[in-house]
Ligand binder design. Structure first.
Ligand code: FES
Ligand code: FE2
Length: 446
């Protein structure tokens, strides 16, 4: 499939996108080559590798990588593949080690990625193997940002902050402590599961598809939110959002999000009324955040997707979710749940239970989403179905440039974020320069 065809498949001017971009194997192969080898990808969180020698096996696109802290406390991300014949040098999900020893012929690598042990070196390799030339493959750039670890294989990629652009202000509100101190979060668990759906369905949903709320009608009727014990309905602590101004913002780098701006008085709205201790913690955090951030505290993060495949939920259940591609029609979802590291254990426990009843394959809300994504994928693979595009005309041309908190903004439910995202996605597949990808030059391609 030629470059020209992909651009034609994403017609954001008329709001039509070809279904083949969600099911076609050739397009999928090009995504792996042009998006996942270049973009900044979320790999894990520092709290998962607190000590020297700690590691967490993660993924970048389809490929396995090792996130680890070396003996000098430096953080690395390595391709999890031996330089001899490619065996995975680490087959555990996480742990602590001083050496990664390959199970095949037992070459071993230090936590700095250096090839150290080569069995029978003197007899078989002396004079013909320079160990320093055969370290584990390491990412080109790595950034630890407020505890989160991001990486890219492209040495030419812009710095992480430039890649995020103004979307960073929103991501900050997810990663910062509830009382407004910068950073300070920790991961209290990771859910991993596989869904038979294209990865972009999930990424798009988190860009701010507020329109899909009817999917969750049953769980809203039951009520599983933080205050569920007191008999309230709904699935989140939404009371605060109900009185806020909602904004849907999209950014030239492809990111998109749905945030809200609290009223000027920014009063605390009780969300955990059935649990006085939890309620007091969040009430106090809210007041301290107001004190600390002033006007900026009115920004309430809701959901968003950092291009291409890292989504977040900024309120409860607070966390990051990565959509790892497996194939055009299969995705591995990893959800990292966040809490303030210095929150009392009772708060962490309370949130852990809430996160579990909301999220993941057994969670009561996320089941609804997955059902939509997997049936939409399956129903788009047929010969007839593939002839007909998806409709993305919602709220077309109803957005403003330079909105509050950056980006183009819509004050109503919109598919503008999705149009912008797929426009950027198609530009990656065209192998465009970083200048074009970052929206600095809409003109030529390499
Ligand atoms: S493949 Fe790793 S030592 Fe041979
Ligand atoms: Fe949903």
């Amino acid at each position: 499939m030629t470059d020209v065809q992909v651009i034609k498949m994403v017609d954001t001017t008329n709001g039509e996108i070809d279904r083949n971009i969600f099911v076609d194997p050739e397009i999928y192969r090009r995504e792996l080559e042009t998006v996942f080898t270049r973009a900044w990808l979320f790999v894990g969180h520092e709290s998962q590798i607190s000590n020297k020698g700690d590691f967490f096996t993660s993924r970048m696109g389809e490929e396995s990588v090792i996130l680890c802290r070396d003996k000098n406390e430096k953080v690395h991300v390595f391709l999890n593949s031996c330089r001899h014949r490619g065996m995975k040098v680490c087959r555990y999900e996480q742990g602590n080690t001083s050496l990664f020893t390959c199970p095949y012929h037992s070459w071993s690598y230090t936590t700095e990625g250096k090839l150290q042990g080569v069995p029978q070196f003197k007899n078989l390799y002396d004079g013909c193997l320079e160990r320093d030339d055969w370290s584990l493959i390491e990412v080109a750039k790595l950034k630890v940002y407020k505890g989160t670890v991001w990486a890219t294989w492209d040495a030419e990629a812009p710095e992480f902050e430039a890649y995020l652009g103004d979307a960073l202000i929103h991501l900050d509100q997810v990663l910062d402590c509830r009382d407004g101190r910068p950073g300070g979060s920790e991961v209290i668990g990771v859910h991993k599961w596989i869904i038979p759906a294209n990865w972009k369905f999930a990424a798009e949903n988190f860009l701010g598809d507020t329109y899909h709320n009817p999917s969750h009608r049953s769980v809203d009727l039951i009520g599983i939110g933080p205050s569920s014990k007191s008999g309230s309905v709904g699935r989140r602590n939404d009371a605060e959002l109900e009185q806020a101004q909602h904004i849907w913002s999209s950014f030239p780098q492809g990111h998109g999000l749905h945030s809200a701006i609290a009223p000027a008085d920014n009063e605390y709205v009780g969300s955990y009324t059935s649990e006085p201790e939890i309620e007091e913690y969040f009430r106090s955090a809210h007041e301290q955040r107001k004190e600390r951030l002033g006007e900026q505290a009115r920004l309430l993060p809701f959901t968003g997707t950092v291009f291409p495949n890292t989504s977040y939920h900024g309120r409860q259940p607070r966390g990051l979710c990565v959509w790892h591609p497996h194939s055009p029609t299969e995705t591995e979802a990893w959800r990292f749940f966040l809490v303030d590291a210095d929150a009392p254990e009772s708060v962490k426990d309370y949130l852990r239970h809430y996160y579990m009843r909301y999220s993941g394959p057994a969670g009561m809300t996320e089941q609804d989403d997955m059902e939509n994504w997997l049936y939409a994928t399956r129903a788009s693979t047929g010969t007839i179905a593939r002839r007909y595009p998806f409709n993305y005309v919602q709220s077309k041309n109803k957005f403003e440039k330079n909105g509050p908190y950056g980006g183009d903004v819509s004050f109503q439910i919109t598919e503008q974020n999705a149009r912008n995202y797929y426009d950027r996605w198609a530009t990656y597949l065209e192998k465009s320069s970083w200048q074009v990808l970052m929206g600095e030059d809409q003109g030529d391609t390499q």
